[in-house]
Design a protein around this ligand. Structure first.
Ligand SMILES: NC(=O)c1ccc[n+]([C@@H]2O[C@H](COP(=O)([O-])OP(=O)(O)OC[C@H]3O[C@@H](n4cnc5c(N)ncnc54)[C@H](OP(=O)(O)O)[C@@H]3O)[C@@H](O)[C@H]2O)c1
Length: 288
C-alpha cells in the first residue's frame, strides 16, 4: 500500500539515511525541515519539503496534514521531550496511523545518562498515546568515532574516557536501513527494538580494526573524564552536551553498553555491519 511518510530530522544523520533508503519506492516522502534553504538537496531527490519547527507547535499543523506514517527524531537536548511531544500531537491531529520513534540504548527512567532518561519520557508518552507505534533504541553510533578522525590521522591515537568498557556499537547506516524497513512494512506495531552491531568491543579492539583498515598503527589512549570534558568544551560543544557525553563515558566505562541483540538480523534478515567494515568504509577519513 502506498503511504505518505513524514520524516522529521530530515537533514540529519539517521533521517537523511532513511530518505536515501526510501527514495524511488512507491511511497510519498515528505521531509519536515526548519529551513528549506538547507534542504535543497532533499528537494532535488524528489522529497516534498514541509516547513515546521518542533519547538513551535503552531507551525506543525499544516506540515503534518495528510500523513499516514510519521518518523519522529529529535536531536539530543533538554527540549527533546517537548519536541517529541509536539510532533506526536501533530501526528495525532493529522490522524497518523503509525508513529516510529528514534529513542536510544538503555532509555529508562532510572538510566545513568540524562539523554536516556529524557528519551524514556518520550517513549512513555508514545506508548500511552493509543497510536500504533514502534520504538527503535540504537546503541552508540560507530560514526561517533569520526570525532577522533583528526587525531587518528595526525597522531595515530584516539583519546576517549571509556576505560576498558565494551560496547555493542552500531553503524548508523544500519539504523537508517532498519527504520526504513519498519516504516514501510506491517507487523512492527507495539514493538520496541534494541539495535546493536554484531559484537561488543573495547576501544582497544576498535583501534585495532582501524589500524588494519588504514595500514598504520592506531593506539587507544584512555583519558580521564575531566580531560575529555575539556577537549569537548574546546571543540565549542556546549556544557549541556559536554555533561551528557560525560554521563555516557562514565556509564560505558563501567560496561553499561556491553550488550548485543539480534533484533537487526531478525527483522532485516541481514547481518549488521561490523566495526571492521565501518573502519574499511571510512578509512579515508581516518587518514588512509
Ligand atoms: N550518537 C549516538 O551514538 C546515538 C545513539 C543512540 C541514539 N542517539 C539519538 O539519535 C538522535 C540524533 O540523531 P541524528 O544524529 O540523526 O541527529 P542529527 O544529525 O543531529 O540531526 C538532527 C535533526 O533534527 C533537526 N532539528 C533540530 N532542531 C529542530 C527543531 N526545533 N525542529 C525541527 N527539526 C529540528 C535538524 O535540522 P536542522 O538542519 O534544521 O538543524 C536535523 O535534521 C538523538 O535522539 C540521540 O539521542 C544517538
Amino acid at each position: 500500500m502506498t503511504k505518505t511518510i513524514l520524516i522529521t530530522g530530515a537533514t540529519g544523520n539517521i533521517s537523511s539515511g532513511i530518505i536515501t533508503q526510501l527514495k524511488g519506492s512507491e511511497h510519498r516522502l515528505q521531509a519536515l525541515v526548519r529551513n528549506p534553504e538547507k534542504a535543497q538537496d532533499l528537494k532535488r531527490q524528489g522529497v516534498e519539503l514541509r516547513v515546521g519547527d518542533l519547538e513551535k507547535p503552531w507551525t506543525l499543523g499544516s506540515a503534518f496534514a495528510g500523513v499516514d506514517t510519521v518518523w519522529i527524531l529529535a536531536p539530543p537536548g533538554p527540549r527533546a521531550p517537548e519536541q517529541c511531544s509536539n510532533a506526536l500531537w501533530a501526528a495525532r491531529q493529522a490522524g497518523a496511523r503509525h508513529v516510529v520513534r528514534l529513542s536510544a540504548i538503555g532509555a529508562s527512567h532510572t538510566a545513568p545518562t540524562i539523554n536516556s532518561r529524557l528519551h524514556a519520557l518520550s517513549d512513555a508518552e508514545l506508548a500511552a498515546s493509543g497510536i500504533p507505534f514502534t520504538i527503535l533504541k540504537p546503541h552508540y553510533f560507530m560514526q561517533n568515532l569520526l570525532m577522533a578522525a583528526q587525531s587518528i590521522a595526525q597522531q595515530g591515537a584516539m583519546y576517549f574516557a571509556l576505560a576498558d568498557g565494551k560496547m555493542g556499537l552500531i553503524d548508523s547506516r544500519d539504523i537508517s536501513e532498519f527504520a526504513a524497513h519498519v516504516l514501510t512494512n506491517a507487523g512492527h506495531e507495539g514493538k520496541t527494538y534494541t539495535l546493536t552491531g554484531p559484537a561488543s568491543v573495547s576501544m582497544h579492539q576498535i583501534a585495532a580494526a582501524i589500524s588494519e583498515a588504514i595500514g598504520k598503527t592506531v593506539t587507544y589512549v584512555p583519558v580521564t573524564a575531566e580531560a575529555e570534558r575539556q577537549t569537548i568544551l574546546q571543540m565549542g560543544i556546549d556544557e549541556w552536551m559536554a555533561n551528557l557525553l560525560g554521563d555516557y563515558s562514565a556509564a560505558y566505562s563501567l560496561n553499561w553498553g556491553d550488550l548485543v541483540t539480534d533484533d537487526f538480523q531478525r527483522v532485516t534478515g541481514k547481518s549488521p555491519r561490523s566495526i571492521a567494515q565501518f573502519a574499511k568504509d571510512f578509512a579515508g577519513a581516518f587518514g588512509k
